[in-house]
Design a protein around this ligand. Structure first.
Ligand code: N01
Length: 571
């Protein structure tokens, strides 16, 4: 080979090597992130915006659904509507967004919130960093590199310095273990996974199982469509009328001109709503005045019933019983058949101990000729048959069964991922006696993992977008702090976590929540440890604690650096 042709070969080889190196770097780049966020609902979208646009991080979001929206993507059952009012059940981080978006009315329906979240994804150009139709199946922390290795159901594996879960507190549907479900020959639906194309129940005999918020919202529209609706109730609920209404232009304008104050109020109130509870004890007024106040609250509708009339409904059992009996009297007044009314009246647990639903015409639906209530508290559903279902007493025939049976709340969506922390320890093992976190934000033994609205934080006891924004901002501040100090590893200490878990349990034990069997305490899932999972101490105390931890240089957390970067000392 001449000198000239060997030069050509060498140059070609060099080019080939360079190209392969370039591709390898590109590939690495493609599978290596500063942060992976799981979920593209309210939490995931804001986390992506914050980490990518404000912290300049390389972020990848994985979302199981084929659209963004999280809860508001999946729960598209008939009647699905938010029970917090639209103008504060939204993001506050962008004043421009708040000014631009027009809410149509008091309680937005699912399609409107889904549209809002799609608008957010477009407005902040979030879509290029969101991979839809992809479920994260496993995540393992590598102590040698201080990185997470994340696997998906599409067979991909990527790595990320930080793993941020934005999986939602109510997103792992509870499929009850009832024999024969696979043999049913009719249609089966879950409110939490309602088909995107909608369902036509016209002329059908429909069973609806479950009377939580979802079942209560779905009952009137299904009743209006189906030939016959049979509602199977295990535990009656205290449901309040929403009194939904459209926003008038002047109402919109007044909200928008007061948004700074409204958002400021959501950050200081007990539960993230822009209201201060009234300071008045139930027994401090006469019986007539009390009745008048409760009537006014009933007419106004929504959650104001809890805090807008009396301050002690959730503290004083006598006060609670008065409010509970008032709601029962409204049920009896509304439902014409006395036996049905009595079955619908909750007894044996106080109002507010289960998450209170808000409805539109739920109790009225039982006055329709095509709606029947079946009490299964004493005679549970024994089996689904090919043509319907069976209790110990009766066999029923149905064309469709709708399960509104709730969620494996707060922990289910995290534990459905095979999560392994330092030394391969499994989250499922760590949490076998109930969830353990520091501030609901981190788990000891799981470095560089952040859990937005995790158990042990107020989360579901708050207006969710407020809880989410606070967590994402806290996490972002923590990541900036780590960057300033060249730390690449953060982990909650066992001692700090133990103290927080004890505090959460102590506060929870004094709350009303221990007095009912609900998803707040895991009682809806057979075998789940009974623990008050959300922090019941209220937003102000919680924020104060999180901010104090931050101001003390993240007290209770330990930092470290990459092993190869010895110049940076661990703390
Ligand atoms: O679920 P739930 P959900 N056999 O757990 C029954 C939020 N949300 O989806 O009470 C028969 O409340 C179960 O009976 P019991 C809100 O935070 C918000 O309705 O356990 N029945 C119960 O009646 C809410 O609290 C909005 O005895 C069975 C029902 O199924 C949370 O999501 C709308 C059963 C489940 O009720 C969850 O609400 C919707 C079985 N094997 C939801 N298993 C809004 O914003 C369970 N049940 C308006």
């Amino acid at each position: 080979m001449s000198r000239r042709s060997s030069d050509v070969v060498e140059a070609k080889t060099l080019r080939w090597v360079c190209k392969r190196v370039y591709e390898a770097v590109q590939m690495d780049d493609q599978y290596d992130f500063d942060a992976v966020v799981i979920g593209a609902g309210f939490a995931g979208l804001y986390a992506l915006y914050k980490l990518r646009d404000e912290l300049n991080m390389r972020v990848r979001v994985y979302e199981t659904g084929d659209g963004v929206g999280g809860t508001w993507y999946w729960n598209r059952y008939p009647g699905a509507r938010c029970d917090s009012e639209s103008y504060y059940y939204c993001y506050s981080f962008s004043p421009e967004l708040a000014q631009e978006w027009e809410w149509s009315g008091r309680y937005p329906e699912q399609p409107e919130i889904e549209r809002y979240l799609n608008h957010v994804a477009d407005r902040f150009d979030l879509r290029p960093d969101i991979q839809l139709s992809t479920r994260v199946t496993a995540a393992t922390f590598d102590d040698a590199t201080n990185r997470w290795e994340i696997s998906t159901d599409r067979g991909e594996t990527v790595t990320a310095r930080f793993l941020v879960t934005a999986v939602g507190c109510l997103s792992a549907p509870n499929v009850p273990d009832i024999a024969g479900l696979d043999r049913f020959e009719g249609e089966v639906y879950f409110t939490a996974k309602w088909p995107r194309e909608g369902v036509d129940l016209t002329g059908k005999r429909v069973a609806l199982i479950g009377t939580g918020s979802s079942g209560i919202q779905a009952t009137p529209p299904i009743a209006a469509q189906a030939e016959q609706l049979t509602v199977f109730q295990r535990t009656p609920n205290f449901s309040l009328p929403a009194r939904h209404g459209v926003f008038l232009a002047e109402h919109q304008a007044s909200i928008k001109s007061n948004y700074d104050d409204i958002f400021a109020a959501t950050r200081t109130s007990f539960a993230g709503f822009p209201f201060s509870p009234i300071d008045r004890a139930t027994m401090s007024v006469s019986e007539e005045e009390r009745e008048e106040i409760l009537e006014e609250l009933w007419a106004y509708g929504g959650f104001k019933f809890l805090w807008g009339g009396f301050s002690d409904l959730l503290i004083d059992p006598e006060a609670n019983e008065i409010a509970s009996e008032f709601i029962r009297s409204k049920i009896r007044e509304t439902v014409e058949d006395a036996d049905t009314a009595e079955l619908l009246c909750p007894k044996g647990y106080p109002y507010g101990a289960k998450r209170p639903p808000i409805d539109t015409d739920y109790y009225d639906a039982f006055n329709r000729d095509n709606v029947t209530l079946v009490d299964i508290s004493a005679n549970p559903i024994e089996a689904i048959t090919p043509t319907g279902l069976r209790t110990a007493l009766v066999e029923y025939q149905f064309d469709a069964i709708v399960f509104a049976t709730g969620f494996d709340a707060m922990t289910g969506s995290l534990l459905r991922i095979d999560m392994r922390g330092s030394d391969g320890v499994r989250l499922a093992d760590k949490w076998q006696d109930g969830p353990r976190t520091l501030l609901g934000l981190q788990v000891a033994g799981f470095p560089n993992l952040f859990t937005i609205t995790g158990p042990g934080s107020p989360s579901v006891l708050m207006n969710m977008p407020v809880a989410i924004e606070f967590h994402v901002d806290w996490i972002a501040a923590c990541l900036e702090y780590m960057r300033e100090h060249n730390w690449t590893r953060i982990e909650a200490t066992e001692e700090a976590q133990d103290a927080w878990v004890e505090h959460v349990a102590e506060v929870g034990s004094h709350s009303l929540f221990v007095r009912a069997n609900s998803w707040y305490v895991g009682a809806n899932i057979p075998g789940k440890p009974r623990v008050v999972m959300p922090y019941a101490g209220g937003q102000p105390t919680y924020r104060e604690r999180c901010n104090a931890v931050r101001d003390a240089g993240y007290e209770g957390f330990e930092f470290g650096a990459d092993v190869r970067d010895e110049a940076v000392p661990a703390r």
